[in-house]
Design a protein around this ligand. Structure first.
Ligand code: ATP
Ligand code: MG
Length: 442
């Protein structure tokens, strides 16, 4: 992609409305545009990162056995009257009437709708376990939308819903999502800590929040430093082995970790003083087991092996991809801008032409761009006639992991400069060696 053909509305000034670094950098890097309170458009650079985050979530949901669907954003109030939540949900729910004066709502979550799908089709325990998820926009009329996409009113959510015959198997489904979450956040370059949590308006008796430690986090959190060294399950984790999965959950729930609403001073006091980590955190995921809370009032049951009808035991599992993009920036930036972890970076390399119009520079840039793209690495090619300083500032601000700098002297000698954004290290590389490396797929 040539920068001269791209849409990257960089802001030079710090936007005054942005209170935290991720919001400031997302606006400055031209990733998002605010449309109303808590509502944002995603511009090309932002959309690429959001898509990468979504793709990691999708791969890990699929690996854990969940099946992707997509449900509407607008829901019928009648469904929510069945569960009793239409009146309970309060002002966070955006209520709408259609032209026939029917009560509708913009979905803040989808337990009711997915339960309706389940009860329409599933009759027997033999069709279980079942876990359906979607990645869809939600609306919650938050009292205080703030911090950009971190707490917005319209936001993207991955929400999965599990259905099982009994508590035992529902617990196994919960564990699979728990382990899938550990892998998901690690792949994005984040360290997320599962903490016992309150169940709130979703209801239920077992719940964990996945928290990223960051000074700008909205929750006060308390945890054992042991978490920082726990091994994250690998890609070879066997999600059909309930005992293996339960073992991983056991290991990741043994050390103390709680958000302030679940914090227990007595248990905290037992953590050795030097191991106590009391910090701020960002909630990026939240999982719940709620049993029959929706299946019973909505009549979602299956015939069990005993020939009797059983209300299914359910759970729901949320991740906020749009919030995650901001959380990743909170965890990975410096005074010059964003530092994208490779797995979510909008492009792999930023190719900087120091003298566009110079035939040697242009030819070398085009050759390098083609070689990178052939090797499957996406390139943003700065072919603009901005000053050198402005080019470097833009490259650092938007945080692409590698910068390849092509100038007239290097082009004559057959060398380029390669800069690693994360460390600032610069290396002069022979073009031939770089091309050979790409050829080999390194
Ligand atoms: P919070 O306590 O932050 O309001 P929640 O407990 O209401 O979150 P859930 O209902 O569990 O959130 O939603 C699942 C996930 O959706 C959250 O873990 C978070 O990543 C994301 N999320 C929730 N509310 C918002 C929001 N207003 N803006 C962006 N993402 C959100
Ligand atoms: Mg909330």
């Amino acid at each position: 992609m040539r920068l001269s053909h791209y849409f990257l509305p960089i802001l030079k000034e710090n936007p005054r409305e942005a209170e935290i670094v991720s919001h400031r950098l997302m606006l400055r890097a031209g990733m998002i545009r605010q449309q109303a309170a808590g509502s944002f458009s995603w511009l090309p650079l932002g959309k690429r990162v959001l898509d990468n985050v979504v793709q990691i979530i999708r791969e890990e949901q699929n690996r854990a056995g969940a099946l992707e669907i997509i449900m509407p954003t607008i829901q019928s109030a009648d469904l929510w009257r069945e569960s009793g939540r239409y009146d309970d949900y309060g002002k966070e729910m955006l209520r709408i009437k259609d032209r026939h004066e029917r009560d509708m709502l913009y979905g803040p979550t989808n337990e009711e709708m997915v339960t309706e799908i389940f009860r329409a089709y599933v009759r027997s325990y033999k069709d279980l376990p079942l876990n359906l998820y979607h990645i869809q926009w939600k609306f919650r009329d938050e009292v205080r939308p703030r911090f950009g996409v971190m707490r917005s009113r319209e936001f993207l959510m991955k929400d999965a819903y599990s259905f099982d015959l009994d508590y035992e198997s529902a617990r196994a489904a919960y564990n699979r999502m728990f382990v899938s979450y550990l892998r998901t956040f690690t792949r994005m370059g984040l360290q997320a800590i599962p903490m016992r949590a309150d169940t709130g308006p979703i209801g239920g008796d077992l719940s964990h929040e996945f928290i990223i430690l960051a000074d700008t986090g909205e929750s006060a959190v308390f945890c054992d430093r042991e978490f920082l060294a726990l091994p994250v399950p690998g890609a070879d984790t066997n999600f059909s082995d309930d005992a293996e999965i339960a073992g991983i959950v056991e290991e990741w729930t043994r050390p103390y970790a709680a958000t302030d609403d679940m914090h227990e001073e007595a248990a905290w006091a037992k953590v050795p003083e030097p191991e106590r980590l009391s910090a701020r955190g960002i909630e990026v995921g939240h999982i719940f087991h709620f049993g029959e809370k929706y299946s019973k009032p909505m009549g979602a049951s299956v015939t069990g092996p005993d020939g009797k009808e059983h209300f299914v035991s359910g759970g729901s599992y949320g991740i906020g991809p749009s919030r995650l993009v901001a959380a990743i920036i909170e965890a990975s930036h410096d005074e010059n801008g964003i530092i994208w972890p490779e797995a979510v970076a909008p492009f792999h390399v930023m190719l900087i032409n120091m003298k566009p119009g110079d035939s040697a520079c242009d030819a070398l840039c085009e050759k390098l761009q083609a070689a990178y793209e052939k090797a499957g690495r996406e390139v943003l090619y700065d072919d603009t006639d901005q000053r050198a300083g402005a080019k470097f500032a833009t490259a650092d601000l938007i945080g692409i992991p590698w910068q390849v700098i092509v100038g007239p002297r290097g082009a004559a000698e057959g060398t380029v400069e390669v800069k690693k954004r994360a460390t600032g290290e610069r290396d002069v590389k022979k073009v031939d060696e770089l091309l050979a490396m790409l050829e080999k797929g390194a």
